[in-house]
Design a binder for this molecule. Structure first.
Ligand SMILES: [Zn+2]
Length: 456
C-alpha cells in the first residue's frame, strides 16, 4: 500500500479543495485592470481592460495553415517527426515569427526553442508559455501548434496594447512532445526538468531505422559537441510561472458550449497492480455475512474503474483491467487473494471502497510505469480565473487527462493550463479542428494571465 497511492488520493483532495476555494472567492479584490499592469491610465475609458485585447485572427489562422504545410503526408493530415527535414523547416518558420514578435531567440542542445521578451526587472525570473509542434503520423494541425503560435500572438497582443512586462515573458517550443521517433514522450520538457535518467538513456537510444538520437539531433543542427545533455537542465525557479494553451482533445467544452477550460491538474497514464487479501474459507461452510472475499473486492474495483472512466465523459479516458487472478482458484473455495492489473489514464479515489466494504486488506497497490500527476498552481489557477472573468468568458475547471509538456514543467515551475474547445474532441487525426474564435479566446486569457503574472 504505497505512498504513491496516497499521492493519487491527495491529488483528488487537493483539486477538489482548489475548486471549492475558487468557488467561494467569487469576488476578488485583487482583480486589476490593465492600467495597473501597463502604467497607462485608463480612467477616461474604464472599459479599456484586457477585454479590449485584439487578437489578429487572420494572421494567426494563416500561420496555423502555413505551419501545417511542413508535413510528410498530404493535407489535411499533418505528419511532422522529430528532427526530420519538415520539422527543421517548421522550427525555422516559428523562429521567424518569434523574431517578428521582437523576441530574442535561444536554442538548447536538443532543440527546445526559447523566445524572450525582456521585462524591465531583469533580476526576476521569467514567466513562460509554450507547447510543441511535432505531430504524430496522419494527425491534425492544432495539437500543440495552438500553444506555440498562440503564445507568440499573446506577446503581440500585449505589445499592441502598450504593455511593458516587469518579469520577462518567454515563449517555449518544446522538442518532441510526441513519442513517435524515439519512443519517449515530452523529451524536451523532461530534460528541462532535469531528468538524468533520460539524459543517460538517450546515449543508447536509436529510432526504428537504427539512427541514434545524437546523429538525428546533429542532422537537425543540435547536440553538436554534446556527450551529456545536462546543459539542457533548468534550475528550479528558472521560471516564476509556466502556462500552456492547448486544445482540449476531448469533447466536454464543445458539448457544453464553454469557452475556456482551466486545468486544475494533469493526470498521466498509469499501470497499476493491486493485490487484495481476505480470509478465504470453504465455499459451502462460511456464511455470506462472514466472508472477506478478495475476488469480489477485485470485481468491484474492476467495475469502479469502468464506472469512473465512463463518468469522466472524455473520449480520451480509458481504463482496462487486463489481468484478474484469483487464489486459490477452486470452485469450492472463497478467494483469499486476488491480483489485478489496471491500465488507465486517470486519478481514482474509488480504490478505497472495495477494501472497506469487503473487509479485505490491500496487500499491494503499486503504480508501475507512471509519471506522477501534477496539480496546477493555485495562484495561477486564480490568475486565469480572474482574467477569464474580466474577459467575460464562460469557463470550467477540469483535469487534463492527456499528457502535456506542462506535466514536466510543473517539476521546476508553478504550472497552469488553459484548454479551448475542439471539434467533437477529435485529436491526433486529420479532422482535428478548433475555430479561430475559440483560439482567440484562449489567446486573450493567456495574454491577460501572462501580463498579470509578469507583474507579480
Ligand atoms: Zn499536444
Amino acid at each position: 500500500m504505497a505512498v504513491t497511492y496516497l499521492n493519487f488520493f491527495l491529488l483528488i483532495i487537493i483539486t477538489s479543495y482548489i475548486s471549492e476555494v475558487l468557488a467561494q472567492n467569487d469576488e476578488d479584490p485583487t482583480i486589476k485592470t490593465m492600467e495597473h499592469f501597463s502604467g497607462y491610465s485608463n480612467h477616461d475609458s474604464p472599459s479599456c481592460t484586457s477585454s479590449s485585447f485584439s487578437v489578429d485572427t487572420d494572421s494567426l489562422q494563416l500561420q496555423i495553415d502555413e505551419l501545417s504545410t511542413f508535413s510528410d503526408t498530404p493535407a489535411p493530415s499533418v505528419t511532422r517527426i522529430l528532427y526530420s527535414d519538415k520539422d527543421v523547416l517548421a522550427r525555422r518558420y516559428v523562429k521567424n515569427l518569434m523574431g517578428l514578435a521582437g523576441l530574442s531567440i535561444r536554442e538548447d542542445a536538443v532543440g527546445n526553442i526559447f523566445g524572450r521578451w525582456d521585462g524591465y526587472d531583469l533580476e526576476l525570473s521569467a514567466v513562460a508559455s509554450g507547447s510543441h509542434i511535432d505531430a504524430i503520423p496522419y494527425s491534425g494541425k492544432y495539437d500543440g501548434v495552438v500553444g506555440v503560435l498562440g503564445a507568440i500572438e499573446a506577446i503581440n497582443v500585449l505589445r499592441r496594447f502598450g504593455f511593458k512586462p516587469k518579469r520577462s515573458l518567454e515563449v517555449i517550443l518544446f522538442t518532441s512532445e510526441e513519442p513517435t521517433r524515439f519512443g519517449i514522450s515530452c523529451l524536451g520538457s523532461r530534460l528541462l526538468a532535469g531528468s538524468e535518467a533520460l539524459a543517460n538513456a538517450l546515449k543508447g537510444t536509436v529510432d526504428g531505422q537504427n539512427v541514434s538520437f545524437f546523429d538525428a539531433a546533429r542532422s537537425a543542427g543540435y547536440a553538436q559537441d554534446q556527450e551529456h545533455l545536462s546543459s539542457v537542465f533548468l534550475k528550479k525557479g528558472s521560471y516564476s510561472a509556466f502556462l500552456e494553451l492547448h486544445i482540449e482533445q476531448g469533447p466536454i467544452l464543445e458539448e457544453e458550449g464553454t469557452s475556456v477550460g482551466i486545468v486544475t491538474a494533469i493526470a498521466a497514464p498509469a499501470s497499476i497492480k493491486v493485490d487484495f487479501e481476505g480470509n478465504g474459507g470453504h465455499a459451502g461452510a462460511v456464511l455470506m455475512p462472514h466472508r472477506n472475499d478478495a475476488g469480489l473486492a477485485a470485481a468491484e474495483l474492476a467495475l469502479a474503474v469502468e464506472k469512473h472512466v465512463l463518468e469522466s465523459g472524455s473520449v480520451d479516458t480509458v481504463g482496462t483491467v487486463g489481468i484478474l487472478e484469483l487464489h486459490p482458484g477452486a470452485i469450492n473455495s472463497i478467494p483469499s487473494k486476488s491480483h489485478l492489473e489496471i491500465g488507465m489514464l486517470l486519478v481514482l479515489d474509488e480504490y478505497a471502497f472495495p477494501a472497506k466494504t469487503r473487509k479485505v486488506k490491500v496487500l499491494e497497490f503499486r503504480i508501475v510505469n507512471q509519471d506522477p500527476p501534477s496539480p496546477s498552481d493555485e495562484s495561477i489557477i486564480k490568475a486565469m480565473e480572474d482574467r477569464r472573468k474580466e474577459l467575460n468568458l464562460t469557463y470550467k475547471f477540469m483535469i487534463s487527462r492527456a499528457y502535456h509538456d506542462s506535466l514536466f514543467m510543473a517539476r521546476i515551475s508553478p504550472m497552469g493550463m488553459i484548454f479551448i474547445p475542439c471539434y467533437k474532441g477529435y485529436s491526433h487525426k486529420p479532422e482535428e479542428y478548433a475555430s479561430i474564435e475559440d483560439i482567440a479566446n484562449g489567446v486573450k486569457v493567456l495574454a491577460s494571465t501572462l501580463a498579470k503574472l509578469s507583474m507579480k
